[in-house]
Design a protein around this ligand. Structure first.
Ligand code: SF4
Length: 346
């Protein structure tokens, strides 16, 4: 059965008209689907029962339910959402003094097999639908209000999966997250994080998107990068650099580089020099992230002294650099740790 959330408003209008209903019913259905995030036809209380019956006969509505929940000592909360196929997809709420950031997933599992990432170890793999992505955000919004007393201030596509491999669904979900028909969140509060897929970044540039782009760079040395990110072989750094310049040229948005500091791999001053040179191509900021050791990975976390020296070198080159403290490590909710291993909700 077709997912009603996959239909454009025009298609819903055609369906409504085929049921001899007034055109404004289509707008009401859109509001139930996106603004109110309802996935039960019976709750669409302002629709006539004949129209609800017709919808029920012809469509399903994608939804997720909160299946698991873990709370870190630092108040980070990780959720496992389950869909109709029983696969778990994970989302994380990260509170800080002024903000609540939701980290959401775009795929179950990931094909790209980066060596430092737990998601790539999952066997089940598929794209999430736009509806499933949207529902994660709406469920996290509810949880944020319930636990922190405030809604989401920021949204990052940094959970499970490579968002640019699920381009249409991710952009459709962002359309509804930002539009007045949906949540009305500002696109400037949304960041899409990619491992650096050149074609996808060029497409974002052509689409002149209004949300921020983060690139998981992790090293500015092409040969080293191919060792930890296999897709770098077909998306090498010179091509990535061109795509980033294209993105900046079309959108005017500052790029964020994510850099996981791994001991004796990418944490030396020669690495910092290569990074500073690569990042010079457009205005940018660099997030230095503590590496979270993942089962089966060779990489280890760097020492605080080497991390500080790395940062100071970049500071001396006038780069905008932040050291990001990893959150939710004790519940495997930190960067690169999402692997569908949450424990059941009590
Ligand atoms: S880091 Fe991102 S792109 Fe690489 S395997 Fe993990 S989810 Fe996929």
């Amino acid at each position: 059965m077709r997912d009603l959330r996959e239909l454009e408003e025009e298609e819903i209008r055609e369906f409504v008209s085929a049921q001899d209903e007034k055109p404004f019913r289509a707008r009401q259905i859109m509001e139930w689907l996106w603004k109110k995030s309802v996935y039960d036809f019976d709750r669409m209380s302002n629709l006539p029962s004949s129209l609800r019956d017709a919808l029920r006969k012809n469509f399903s509505i994608s939804s997720l339910t909160v299946k698991t929940e873990q709370v870190s000592t630092d108040r980070t909360r990780k959720y496992g959402f389950s869909g109709t196929d029983g696969n778990l997809v994970e989302g994380v709420l990260i509170p800080s003094r002024q903000r609540v950031t939701a980290c959401i997933s775009s795929q179950i599992g990931c094909l790209l097999n980066c060596s430092f990432c737990a998601t790539s170890k999952l066997k089940n793999r598929r794209n999430l639908t736009a509806g499933e992505i949207y529902v994660q955000v709406s469920l996290l919004q509810e949880q944020s209000l319930a636990w922190y007393g405030r809604g989401l201030s920021n949204l990052v596509f940094m959970g499970m999966g490579e968002p640019l491999l699920n381009y249409e669904n991710v952009l459709r979900s962002i359309h509804f997250i930002t539009s007045e028909t949906g949540m009305g969140m500002s696109p400037r509060r949304i960041t899409l994080s990619t491992v650096g897929l050149v074609e996808g970044i060029n497409r974002l540039a052509r689409d002149k998107v209004k949300f921020d782009l983060a690139v998981s760079l992790h090293t500015a040395n092409n040969e080293k990068r191919s060792r930890i990110i296999p897709v770098n072989k077909s998306n090498p750094l010179p091509a990535l650099s061109e795509a980033i310049q294209h993105f900046y040229g079309e959108t005017g948005l500052r790029i964020t580089y994510e850099y996981l500091l791994m001991k004796d791999f990418n944490d030396g001053l020669a690495d910092a020099k290569e990074l500073a040179e690569f990042c010079r191509i457009t205005p940018c900021k660099i997030n230095l992230i503590e590496y979270n050791e993942v089962e089966g990975s060779m990489q280890k976390k760097t020492s605080p002294e080497r991390r500080q020296a790395f940062k100071e070198f970049l500071d001396s080159r006038n780069m905008v650099v932040t050291i990001r403290r990893s959150r939710g490590q004790d519940i495997d909710a930190a960067c690169g740790q999402l692997a569908g291993r949450s424990t059941p909700r009590s």
